[in-house]
Design a protein around this ligand. Structure first.
Ligand SMILES: O=P(O)(O)OC[C@H]1O[C@H](O)[C@H](O)[C@@H](O)[C@@H]1O
Length: 313
C-alpha cells in the first residue's frame, strides 16, 4: 500500500492535460523511463500507448474521423452498454461517443492501483438522450494507469444507480499496432469455442495451435483464459493481455475487402492492425440496484524471446 499523499504527488508530476486532434481535452500519462499513454475525454478512449523508446504500440488509422456517431478508428474505444448491434443503442453502445468527466476523488478501488503509477480517473453518467435508448441510470468509472515499467492498466467500474436491475455487454476494443498481420499469431485461445460474426454468430471450436490470419476474422472467443499473447514475429515483440471480470476475447481483422469499404481505414492499413478485446459479451453482465461490476485489462509488451511458456497457459 502506498501512502496516499505520495501517490497524489507522483501523479501530478506525471500527468499533463492537453488537447486531442479535435480540440477535446486529453490526459497524457508519463512513466519515469519515457513510456506514455494518452486518454481522450472523448469516449474515455486511450488514443496512444508508447514504450520507453517512444514507439507507438496501438494502431490509429491514417483516415480516422473524430466525430460521432463512430469512435475514432484506433486506440482503445470502450464498447458499452452494448457490443455490436444486438441491442437498443447505436453500434457498440454510446460510451465511446460521449464526453467523459475527470473525477478527482473517486470512491477508492479495493485494489490500490495508484502507487508509483501515473493515472487518471474518468466518469460517465447517462445523458437524457442516452436514457431514451437505454433507460438505465449508471455510473461508469474508468481508471487508466501507466506503471513505471510501461504497463498499461484499465479498470472499469460500472454501478447500477437505477431502481431496477439492468444488463449490459462490454469490450475494451483494443487496436494493436503490428508489423504485418500475416506475421502475427495469437496464443491462448486454442481449443476454445467461438461465435463467428461472419457466420451469423454460429458456434465453432478453434482447431489450430494458434490463431494466424489469412482472411477476415471477426470472432468472440467464449470463456477465454485470463492471459493471452499476440506475437509479432517481424518486430520480435509480444503483447501480453491479462484480464479480470472479462470472460470473452474478441479477435477482429477486417482484411482487404472490408477495409476498402470502410471510409475511415486506409485500403492497406488492415495489415498494420489487429483488434483483440477483453470483453463480456456472450453472457451479459446483470447488476441489481446498488451493485457494481469491475472489469480490468492489463497490457504489457515484452520481447518475443519471452515466449508463452512463461505465461502459464
Ligand atoms: O466499425 P466499428 O463500429 O468500430 O466496429 C468495428 C468492428 O468491431 C468488432 O470487432 C466487431 O466484431 C466487428 O464486427 C466490427 O466490424
Amino acid at each position: 500500500m502506498g501512502h496516499p499523499a505520495a501517490a497524489v504527488w507522483d501523479n501530478k508530476a506525471a500527468t499533463e492535460m492537453t488537447k486531442d486532434w479535435n480540440g477535446i481535452d486529453q490526459v497524457v500519462l508519463r512513466s519515469p523511463h519515457g513510456a506514455s499513454a494518452r486518454v481522450s475525454l472523448y469516449g474515455g478512449q486511450v488514443t496512444s500507448w508508447r514504450n520507453d523508446h517512444g514507439e507507438e504500440l496501438l494502431f490509429t488509422s491514417s483516415k480516422a474521423i473524430f466525430k460521432a456517431p463512430k469512435a475514432m478508428r484506433g486506440g482503445i474505444p470502450i464498447c458499452f452498454p452494448q457490443f455490436g448491434n444486438g441491442g437498443s443503442t447505436e453500434l457498440h453502445g454510446f460510451a465511446r461517443n460521449k464526453i467523459w468527466m475527470i473525477e478527482d476523488s473517486p470512491p477508492p478501488l479495493h485494489l490500490n492501483d495508484s502507487h508509483g503509477k501515473s493515472f487518471v480517473d474518468l466518469l460517465l453518467k447517462p445523458s437524457d438522450d442516452d436514457m431514451k435508448c437505454w433507460p438505465h441510470s449508471f455510473e461508469f468509472r474508468l481508471r487508466v494507469s501507466l506503471a513505471a515499467d510501461g504497463v498499461l492498466n484499465m479498470i472499469s467500474r460500472i454501478r447500477n444507480v437505477n431502481g431496477k436491475p439492468f444488463s449490459f455487454s462490454f469490450a475494451y476494443h483494443t487496436y494493436f499496432s503490428v508489423s504485418d498481420i500475416s506475421e502475427v499469431r495469437i496464443e491462448g485461445l486454442e481449443t476454445l469455442d467461438y461465435l463467428d460474426n461472419l457466420c451469423q454468430k454460429e458456434r465453432f471450436t478453434e482447431q489450430g495451435n494458434a490463431i494466424t490470419f489469412e482472411s477476415e476474422v471477426d470472432r468472440v472467443y467464449v470463456s477465454a483464459p485470463n492471459a493471452i499473447a499476440i506475437l509479432d514475429h517481424e518486430k520480435k515483440r509480444t503483447f501480453v493481455i491479462r484480464k479480470e471480470g472479462l470472460p470473452d476475447i474478441v479477435v477482429w481483422n477486417p482484411w482487404e475487402k472490408k477495409s476498402r469499404a470502410m471510409g475511415d481505414l486506409g485500403d492497406e492499413e488492415y495489415k498494420q492492425m489487429v483488434c483483440v478485446d477483453g470483453a463480456a459479451i456472450v453472457r451479459p453482465i446483470t447488476l441489481k440496484p446498488g451493485e457494481e461490476w469491475t472489469g480490468r485489462m492489463q497490457l504489457k509488451v515484452v520481447p518475443s524471446s519471452f515466449c508463452s511458456d512463461h505465461l502459464g497457459f
